[in-house]
Design a protein around this ligand. Structure first.
Ligand code: ADP
Ligand code: MG
Ligand code: ZN
Length: 504
């Protein structure tokens, strides 16, 4: 396809030939052409800053990443791999009449391997990799952002064609900058235009295209994304990329120490334990620092003391959030165990995992498997939810003798559910209008609902103090356990003293 430039050059040559033919003086025209050329270059420069960054990998230049170079993140890898079928089998997808998957959103803190995952996806699907960051789209000049979005998509197609590939992975880091809620920025018009253009481009992607493009976005703040981005047909899939747990940290350390001379006596398990809260990027820098320290000490191998010193260095230098104290961790473990035990008692098999690695604002959490989608809740069902929420703080009280601020969001949720019970006419008040209830009465009714559950949970857990201690200690050691392991442990403990089996 001839570009604007080719056409201009062609025209100029034709004009020159005609003018020479008619023996006109060319000098003023040459000067004019020179001037035009300069102007053209100038205009080009204004937009070219972008085209030079696009496509160049942000860190390691052009280095292909394979999935097995990414430590931990098993779940994220699995979910991403599933999504990649859409790139690998476009014919099949079309045949089946499946709406093509156009976007995957990787959500998680910095340095956890989101960029690596996107690169690995490109590598695995033999696609070209094009990357950009949300911040590159924001310009003061109206329309520039939208233009850059268009360039970016056409760059994917162009690059794939050049390299003879059928697909492209377009990675957009910090997509929240580009895709924040519309109308929420001060210079909103420019942002909105850019985001609109982005949505238009995504909607235009089709499984019948010559080059299939999969857009992979990365963000640490999914809550500020414009809902339009997450609508079906855009970023259909959200993949959590969390800080690595103990197992993950160990794998990442192994990966980054593989090519370094490490003293076999170094206990990686121990190092992984010491690096609670570290991201993959922190661990990479830890491995590097350890090697530097060993070299400085004039030694040939990296020894444990170097690694331990490097941990301090990374923490000080990079402001890793300090790990909670042992005491706090114990409290978190006791708290989460309480939630989990109540949940299992009410609905065996409902806990799918328990962890004490913080994530977002929560210090620890249990993941529950919803048995099925529910649209209607009975009073029992809502009571059960309240009971599970209370399990955390009641467990703290039983084991540690006091409670902590860590339960305030549990309580808030419990109160919200109690209000729902009242509003639905399921409380002792019968059918009422919440907003017309005297404040005191509302308050008392909420108390009544919650206290009833609190009593039940207290009597349940007070019979299981030893079990809670054992489970919490196990959780402390492992940081994260699956629901199955949890159930096995519970069973094992109960067999020991079968007379005290939980009957509820
Ligand atoms: P993000 O995009 O999530 O901020 P990156 O993918 O850019 O993180 O990771 C930065 C660096 O940290 C990588 O180049 C790699 O050295 C290291 N890293 C991060 N996560 C992992 C991981 N899961 N396995 C191995 N290395 C990792
Ligand atoms: Mg990154
Ligand atoms: Zn809790």
């Amino acid at each position: 396809m001839p570009s604007m430039r080719d056409i201009l050059i062609g025209l100029a040559v034709a004009a020159a030939v005609i003018l020479i033919y008619y023996q006109t003086s060319l000098l003023p025209l040459v000067a004019l052409a020179g001037l035009l050329f300069l102007l053209y270059r100038f205009a080009d420069l204004r937009t070219s800053r972008f085209s030079t960054t696009v496509g160049k990998p942000l860190h390691k230049k052009g280095k292909a990443v394979a999935f097995d170079q990414i430590g931990g993140q098993e779940m994220a890898k699995r979910e991403l791999l599933e999504a990649l079928d859409f790139l690998l089998k476009p014919e099949k997808v079309r045949e089946m009449g499946i709406r093509p998957l156009k976007g995957v959103m990787l959500v998680g803190p910095p340095g956890t391997g989101k960029t690596m995952l996107a690169r690995a996806a490109a590598n695995y699907t033999r696609s070209v990799f094009v990357s950009a960051s949300g911040s590159e789209f924001i310009e003061v000049y109206a329309g520039v952002g939208a233009q850059r979005v268009r360039q970016l998509f056409s760059r994917c197609r162009q690059k794939a064609r050049q390299e003879g590939k059928k697909s492209a992975v377009l990675f957009i880091d910090e997509i929240d900058i580009l895709g924040g809620k519309r109308g929420s920025h001060s210079s909103h018009l420019e942002y909105d235009q850019t985001l609109n253009q982005f949505l238009v481009e995504m909607d235009g992607l089709n499984s019948g295209d010559e080059v299939n493009i999969l857009v992979i976005g990365a963000t640490n703040r999914p809550e500020i994304l414009d809902p339009a981005l997450l609508r079906p047909g855009r970023f259909d899939r959200i993949v959590q990329v969390d800080l690595p747990d103990l197992e993950g940290r160990k794998k990442i350390l192994e990966l980054h120490l593989k090519n370094k001379p490490v003293d076999p006596a170094v206990n990686l398990e121990k190092i992984a334990r010491e690096t609670f809260g570290f991201s993959g990027a922190h661990l990479e820098s830890l491995a590097n620092e350890a090697a530097i320290l060993a070299m400085r000490a004039g030694e040939d191998t990296i020894r444990e003391k170097h690694v331990l010193e490097a941990i301090e260095k990374v923490i000080m230098g990079e402001k890793v959030e300090r790990k909670p104290s042992e005491e706090e961790l114990w409290r978190i473990a006791v708290h989460e165990t309480g939630h989990a035990l109540v949940s299992e008692t009410i609905e065996p098999g409902s806990v799918s995992s328990i962890t004490i690695t913080s994530r977002g604002k929560a210090l620890g959490y249990i993941r529950q498997q919803p048995p099925e989608d529910r649209y209607l809740y009975t009073r029992d069902c809502l009571d059960h939810k309240i009971a599970v929420l209370l399990g955390g703080s009641i467990s703290e009280k039983l084991i540690l003798g006091n409670q902590s601020t860590g339960s305030s969001s549990d309580f808030q949720q419990a109160v919200d559910i109690a209000k729902k019970i009242i509003a639905a006419g399921l409380s002792s008040l019968g059918v009422v209008s919440i907003k017309d209830l005297p404040k005191g009465l509302l308050h008392r009714t909420i108390q009544e609902i919650i206290n009833q559950q609190a009593q039940w949970v207290s009597s349940l857990l007070s019979g299981q103090v030893d079990l809670i201690r054992d489970l919490a200690a196990y959780l402390m050691e492992k940081e994260k356990i699956t629901g199955n392991l949890f159930r096995e442990k519970v069973k094992g403990q109960q067999k020991g003293k079968s007379s005290q089996a939980v009957m509820l």
